[in-house]
Design a protein around this ligand. Structure first.
Ligand code: NAD
Length: 246
């Protein structure tokens, strides 16, 4: 594994993947919309090279353009990681159609378009794809209709893509984080009248007694990309400190 595209690599889980890959001397193409954070990620002094590009995954051409740029940068592609995601929370009767459509575009359509665009270069290297689902696919919570539906769809699509692409030696898997301490949850904390009480209530529900760190998820993603996971495909694996098991 020498070159991997990370879509959503500027912050959070994606950024931890960029770091973990570069630490292993893997070259990374970082696709994101947050260029300030992408620049900061790229500035880390690590052995693997990094090239960043602005690609808004809500658009229909972003995945194809990002894959072409990654192959152009390094001449090959060994893996695609998609961590970019959108989570819009609203009461059922107020849920805006535009938010539904944008959530599906970023969380489901973009991962599909990455698989479509990357299949040919990944077939040349026996490469692998890792998507990012969520425990929201397995348990309900208020106001998260489009997000939960999108992550459930992503898990189903992972299986379909795995079956389709296995004969070309491309593996497709999905990691499903529980509560991970990243900027993704800032809107949730901002909505809490008493954030420290809300944090206490959250931690009391997580058997491990803490939120996950981005590196907790990145470790699994890097494992799934690599040769030790060479016979694992079509799987969605939960990383949640025991939340769903409790
Ligand atoms: N943090 C959690 O608790 C948690 C829990 C379950 C699932 N997840 C999933 O993990 C994934 C990563 O989340 P995170 O916690 O690292 O969040 P994050 O907000 O830290 O990172 C997401 C990255 O994706 C980028 N991004 C967002 N929309 C984009 C777009 N349209 N085009 C290109 N880039 C875009 C952001 O700029 C950011 O760099 C998401 O798919 C999320 O649904 C997170």
């Amino acid at each position: 594994m020498t070159s991997v595209l990370v879509a959503g690599g500027a912050t959070g889980i994606g950024r931890a993947c960029v770091r973990a890959l570069r630490e292993r001397s893997v070259d990374v193409y970082l696709a994101d919309v947050n260029m300030a954070a992408a620049d900061a990620a790229a500035a880390e002094d690590l052995p693997g090279r990094v090239v960043i590009g602005r690609h808004d995954l809500a658009g229909p051409d972003a995945a194809r353009e990002a894959v072409a740029a990654a192959v152009g940068a390094y001449g090959r592609l060994d893996g695609v990681v998609v961590t970019a995601g959108l989570h819009v929370v609203s009461a059922v009767e107020e849920y805006a159609l535009a938010d539904w459509d944008r959530t599906m575009a970023v969380n489901v359509r973009a991962p599909f378009l990455f698989a479509q665009a990357a299949a040919a270069p990944l077939a040349e290297t026996g490469g692998s794809i890792v998507f990012t689902g969520s425990t929201a696919a397995f348990r309900g919570s208020r106001g998260t209709f489009a997000y939960a539906a999108s992550k459930g769809a992503l898990i189903s699509m992972t299986r379909a893509l795995a079956v389709e692409l296995a004969p070309r030696q491309i593996r497709v898997n999905c990691v499903c984080p529980g509560w991970i301490d990243t900027p993704f949850n800032e809107p949730y904390w901002a909505m809490q009248p008493d954030p420290s009480a809300a944090l206490g209530a959250l931690l009391s529900r997580i058997p491990a007694g803490r939120q996950g760190a981005p590196a907790d998820v990145a470790g699994l993603i890097v494992y799934l990309l690599g040769p030790a996971a060479g016979y694992i495909t079509g799987q969605s694996i939960v990383v949640d400190g025991g939340l769903l098991s409790a």
